[in-house]
Ligand binder design. Structure first.
Ligand SMILES: O=C(O)C(=O)C[C@]1(C(=O)O)C=C[C@@H](O)C=C1
Length: 361
């Protein structure tokens, strides 16, 4: 039999490694506190959080990682470590679509780590307002879902806002049926957010075609309602079931297995170029001939990939539209800046919503 290392010997080794790790993470934390002093001395105390730097740190960890821990695990550790370092510099308040237990709250924690204070807001409008009036430094709002398409309210709210997009995060959405009763035959009403009901449309049709469906303000609110109304159920994420002590009756009931929601981080500050960014903008052309061509041509000319284009009513006149566009690159990158200069001349309105690092996690 091959010789094995005694357990106590291995545990002594682990204890010693843990001690070194602890010393090192505290060394890193002290360094971050020094960074804070430097930022204050430079008059940059308004921008302790640096999305560009964070994405560079996380990407570097991914490149450096030799395993056996998977890249995603290594990155998650450093995500938490940086989150705690930032909290020593300046604790962040981040508004999200509450109540507790929503997918937007998961998005906050995935993007910022657990050391931020996640502040629930009742509506997407309230998230924008909380950031605009300074109650929270940042907000996280959903923009599109791979099954159901764009969250139009977020786009519309951006039109009248001066906030910037300074990051993005994606969450794979798994929907679950949950309730107080184990017997599904007793369920007379199902609560969920309208987006989630839509993401489970076929499943509901197959399993609960005669049961009343009620759209409510969030999945977590649906779970709360199911916890206080007998013979009802909710469709929501796992954290909502835990929060409201509900039994998961069916899991992963979304119609599309890759069901993913993309969220953006909104704030007052801009993010510097990292070499792996996206830029979001909104343009209006009026009803001129070749309008769409005039939008697309500058990007084609400078070899800039267009990731998304979406038209929305401008709310300025009947059949007048604006285009929300995501492109590759940062507005300060040379080629992107050139394309934007030309685009500005081609359209009646161009508003940059922000350049931000691509999601790492
Ligand atoms: O480099 C900075 O500007 C820091 O404040 C340090 C640090 C980090 O812990 O690495 C912390 C917070 C910022 O969001 C980015 C990075």
């Amino acid at each position: 039999m091959a010789s094995i290392t005694p357990l106590n010997e291995l545990r002594e080794k682990i204890d010693s490694i843990d001690q070194q790790i602890l010393e090192l993470i505290n060394l890193r934390a002290s360094c971050a506190m020094e960074v804070a002093k430097t930022k204050i001395a430079l008059g940059e105390q308004g921008t302790f959080y640096r999305p560009d730097r964070e994405s560079l740190v996380l990407r570097r960890i991914k490149e450096l990682n030799q395993g056996p821990l998977p890249d995603q695990t290594a990155v998650r550790f450093f995500r938490e470590l940086m989150s705690s370092c930032l909290a020593l510099e300046k604790p962040l308040d981040v508004a999200y679509l509450g109540p507790e237990g929503t997918f937007t709250q998961q998005a906050v924690l995935k993007h910022f780590g657990n050391a931020v204070k996640a502040v629930p807001a009742a509506t997407i409008n309230d998230i924008f307002s909380a950031v605009e009036n300074g109650g929270c430094q940042f907000g996280v709002v959903p923009v599109e879902n791979s099954t159901e398409g764009v969250i139009s309210y977020t786009f519309d709210r951006f039109l009248g806002s001066s906030l910037n997009i300074c990051g993005e995060v994606e969450i794979q959405i798994h929907q679950n049926l949950m309730g107080l009763v184990k017997d599904k035959a007793q369920i007379t009403e199902i609560f969920s957010h309208q987006q989630s009901l839509a993401q489970c449309r076929q499943w509901l049709e197959k399993n609960f075609s005669h049961v009343k469906q009620t759209a409510v303000s969030s999945n977590a609110e649906a779970a709360r309602l199911a916890s206080v109304n007998a013979n009802t159920a909710a469709i929501a994420g796992r954290p909502a079931a835990e929060l409201y002590h509900l039994i998961i009756l069916d899991k992963n009931i979304e119609d599309e297995q890759d069901n993913t929601t993309r969220f953006i981080i909104i704030g007052k500050q801009a993010s510097a170029s990292t070499g792996n960014d996206k830029t979001s903008l909104v343009v209006s052309t009026g009803n001129q001939p070749g309008a769409l061509y005039k939008i697309l041509e500058p990007f084609a000319r400078f070899g800039i990939g267009m990731l998304h284009i979406e038209s929305r009513p401008s709310r300025q006149g009947l059949w007048d539209y604006v285009f929300f566009i995501d492109i590759e690159g940062h507005s300060e990158d040379e080629q992107v800046a050139k394309a934007l200069d030309i685009l500005r001349d081609n359209v009646s309105m161009l508003k940059l919503l922000g350049s931000y690092p691509r999601a790492v996690l």
